[in-house]
Design a protein around this ligand. Structure first.
Ligand code: BTN
Length: 319
């Protein structure tokens, strides 16, 4: 009932009378009053006026299943939300849900991760209350070789969602980091399960630094948050909802061709260091070249000083 009352409060421009809520849910006035108080405690600013009823005036940065379900308005991306106050990793939660048959588009969100995973076996610091730690369940019927491009699709969606919800224009650092003023605000770790060369599911897991004001020493110099960059607290549920909306559109475009051909232009237009010299961190040895953007397979094209063009399929690039 809490979720439905919240939804009604959000959808109604004026007041909703206590009587109307009692009748709708078949409960007493005290029961309605208790739910309203719970919502207030969570951070919703609800005004109660005698003879008129309740009205939602605003809210803090609340993150809960009810908040997400009343904010996400998509066809399939994130319409099923699994919310955790605390978990090891939302990627692990989605893996567990996938094994139990959860549908395509299921979203797991956590307030805090105790075992947040980064790329290349790194730890992803995921403290409570300040970040978006979320993973999605995808069941695409595509060649497993094409699955890594879903990470790029998620990077594009996250970039657009952040801009829509906050106005901040971040840039993509190939393959899938987002940066603001050259500092990292988002990372994506995609995991996959295949059987007999068929994809069972793909899990893009996204971490976004939203309301942190400081970072641990080891990432202090290279990380920033949306709050630091904008000077104000941002609402995580609105960012997640905007990302889900963007993802639905980009995913359809990707599935049509099962490559990046329909998305290259937008990806490259938002790529940090396009046309600049970058350093490719290849395990066989670092080298430098000029970034020419991605091709339709999602590889980064780097022009070396002798004129040859290198296609970087995996790895990392720095300035
Ligand atoms: C990176 O190293 O840049 C990728 C970081 C990915 C972090 C996210 S947070 C949600 C999901 N759960 C995890 O354990 N990792 C990803």
């Amino acid at each position: 009932m809490k979720g439905e009352i919240l939804k009604l409060l959000k959808e109604t421009a004026g007041y909703i009378s206590g009587q109307e809520l009692c009748e709708k849910f078949g409960v007493s006035r005290t029961a309605v009053w208790k739910v309203i108080n719970q919502l207030k405690e969570e951070g919703y600013e609800i005004e109660a006026v005698r003879n008129k009823g309740y009205i939602l005036k605003g809210s803090a940065d609340v993150l809960s299943k009810e908040e997400l379900e009343s904010t996400i308005h998509t066809k399939w991306a994130g319409t099923q939300v699994a919310f955790f106050e605390e978990t090891d990793s939302t990627n692990n939660e989605i893996r567990r849900l996938a094994e139990q048959g959860a549908p395509h588009g299921t979203l797991a969100v956590a307030e805090r991760q105790l075992g947040g995973k980064g790329r290349r076996g790194r730890v992803w610091t995921s403290p409570a209350g300040v970040g978006i730690w979320m993973s999605m369940l995808l069941r695409p019927q595509i060649d497993p070789m094409a699955a890594s491009m879903l990470t790029l699709v998620m990077a594009l969606s996250t970039r657009r969602g952040i801009e829509k919800a906050t106005g901040l224009k971040s840039e993509i650092k190939w393959p899938n980091d987002l940066v603001l003023n050259k500092k990292k605000i988002c990372g994506i770790l995609t995991e996959m399960s295949t059987e007999l060369m068929e994809i069972q599911y793909v899990i893009p897991g996204t971490g976004i630094n939203v309301n942190q004001m400081e970072f641990p020493d080891d990432i202090k110099a290279t990380a920033t948050s949306l709050r630091i960059e904008s000077g104000k607290i941002q609402k995580r549920s609105e960012i997640i909802a905007a990302i889900m909306e963007a993802f639905e559109g980009y995913y359809d475009t990707f599935i049509e061709t099962q490559d990046m051909s329909g998305l290259i232009e937008e990806y490259n237009a938002n790529l940090v260091n396009l046309g600049n010299e970058v350093c490719v961190l290849d395990p066989a040895g670092e080298y430098r070249g000029v970034s020419e953007g991605i091709n339709k397979e999602g590889a980064l094209l780097v022009r070396l000083s002798d004129g040859t063009l290198k296609e970087i399929i995996s790895g990392e690039v720095s300035v």
